[in-house]
Every structure is written in structure tokens, then in C-alpha cells.
Design a protein around this ligand. Sequence first.
Ligand code: FAD
Length: 318
Amino acid sequence: MRIDKFIENSREFFFSLEVTPPDRGKSVTEIFNTIDVLIPFDPKFINVTYHQPHISYKTVDGKKVRDVYRKKPGTVGICSAIQSRYGVDAVPHLLCGGMDKWELEDTLIDMSYLGFDNVFALRGDPAFGTDRFIPKEDGYSYGNELVAHISRMNQGCYLDDELIDGIKTDFCVGVAAYPEKHIEADSFDNDIENLKKKVEAGAHFIVTQMCFDAQIYLNFVDKLRDAGINIPVIPGVRPLTSSKQIDIVPSTFGVSIPDKLKKMMDESKTKAEEFESGTQFVASLCRELIENGAPGIHLFTMGKGKSAKALFERIKRG
Ligand code: FAD
């Protein structure tokens, strides 16, 4: 199921999920345990995040050696496992970070052989322990370049110069956007111009960074429409169930927390009350998004099936 076509044809409000691969050496059942409790809410697709390698240094025989390893491998395999276990479309993420063009293309070829209709194309954050994004040699610096690569494959063009008439892939491409501006962008308008480059390169739908204020999302969509960006914009939402998360989320994700939510958390006396307050707040946010025409809600599960389930129940209850 191509997500753009699904949204165009169904016009019915939907939920989708986002899950993260387990750490190297851990079991995929961690993900299944999260999805098992959320499947009754009928998610239309499930995104699986991609993670670039960690770079660290260790000393071997007295010499400093660069150590590169991927802490959370398995995105493509997990997507395949999700599709066969649940019969729900899985959407693999793919990052410029840590891969050159050939490695990206090889991964996209795997994805097309496995029958994925959608791929979510990202640049990625600066590598762990660094403060600036540095592409791999012969890699891409920005998301729009990866989207353009996928669009070329959709036209049957691959990196191999001699291959002029390759199989045309048919990927529907999703990209990220930031209703409160990407942390590195020097202005909101520049960030939107850069988002437009991804759309012009061939992106078909957008999922936003998590947002805790429906008005911020709605204003953002208006700005995108004014800028001539007309593809679907699905708001990203995450459960917020503890005051600790309220402290961490803004600096980690570059998003703001409304005063009302802070107050509700401050007034909660126990962990159970915090859980209830956060769930109540995010559920009414979701209802506001639905009532104001968001095509669906994309839920970052953060590996927490219990809080995501409580949130869905609360939304449904009204
Ligand atoms: P880009 O679109 O390339 O933008 C990055 C920055 O560069 C922005 O400031 C933009 O304004 C600027 N820019 C873009 N294009 C140009 C250009 N052509 N010229 C000059 N400046 C430009 N991270 C992961 O590691 N794995 C994941 O699976 C993952 N999933 C995500 C899912 C969603 C829904 C979201 C919102 C984010 C996700 N992220 C993930 C985080 C993401 O990788 C980071 O936010 C990253 O810093 C930016 O990625 P991007 O694709 O949005 O970058």
C-alpha cells in the first residue's frame, strides 16, 4: 500500500506507529511486545527507524583505534518480520548518515526486492559524539539528495552508468519536517525552503517531528501550503507520561512543551497521576488534530506499548 495513495483514496482518519530496532544482540520480540498491544487499534503502517554507526576510539596494543559499529542494526529485516507477522505495511527509514551512495542504493534494492512500497528518507543527525553532520565519502549531505536518488531509481536509473534501462522501482517516499524548525536551520523560512527541495526531489508525504500543540501543527501546515508544498503532512505525536520526560524532550528533540502540560504534571502527586495527566493531555491534543483535519496521527511509540495503548484508549473513549 502506497501511503500517498492510501491517504488520497481513503480520506478516513488513521493511526500509524513508529518503532525502534532493539540494541545489537537483543531480541526482536521487544518490538513485537510493543506492537502486539497496539495492533487492536488498527495501525495502517508501522515505521521502523534507522540508526547510523557510533564512532568511538579504543586502545589496542597501545595504539588508538577507531571503532565504528552500528548499535541498532536490523531495520530492513524487522520491517520484513513485521509485514509477515502482522500483515501491516512496514516503512523502513533510511539515512544518508554513515553510508555512501552505493550502500544506500544497495539497501534500496533490498527494500524493493522485499516488496516495500514506502521508504522514509532522512539525512540523520550528526554522528554520536560529534556536533556537525559529516557525510561519508561519496555520500549525501542532505535529505533532498537521497530523495532524488530514490526518484531516479523510480525512473529506472541506477548508479551504474552502463545501466540505463533498469527496473523502475515504485517507492512512495516520506520525509521529515519540523513545525518548530529544525535545530540546525538558521531561520524557519530557510527550513521550509529546504523542505521544499525534498518535495521537489520527489517526496510524496511528510511526517512531522513530535508536536504538543495542535495550533503549532496547523500554522505549520498553512505555511507549507503558502510555500506551495501540497503533499500530506501527518503530525508526529508521542506519549508523555512523566515529569522526567517533560524535562528531557525539549532539548533532545528541539520542541516546546505547553505551559498547561507542565502545570498538569506539576500538580500530579504520584507517578500514576503523572501518567494519567500526560495521557489525558496528549489524547486531547490528538482529538484536536483529528477535528482540525490532520490526515492521521503518527505515534512515536518510544518502545512503550503500555503508554501508547493507554493513549489510544483515551482517544477512542473521547
Ligand atoms: P534534512 O532535510 O537534510 O535537513 C537537515 C538540516 O539541513 C535542516 O536544518 C535543513 O534546513 C538543512 N537543509 C536541508 N537541505 C538543505 C540543502 N539542500 N542545503 C542547505 N541546507 C539544507 N533520525 C535517525 O537517526 N533515524 C531515524 O530513523 C529518524 N527518524 C525520524 C523520523 C521523523 C518523523 C523525524 C521528524 C525525525 C527523524 N530522525 C531520525 C531525526 C532526523 O534524522 C534529524 O532530525 C536530522 O537532524 C535531520 O534529518 P532530515 O532528513 O530532516 O534532514
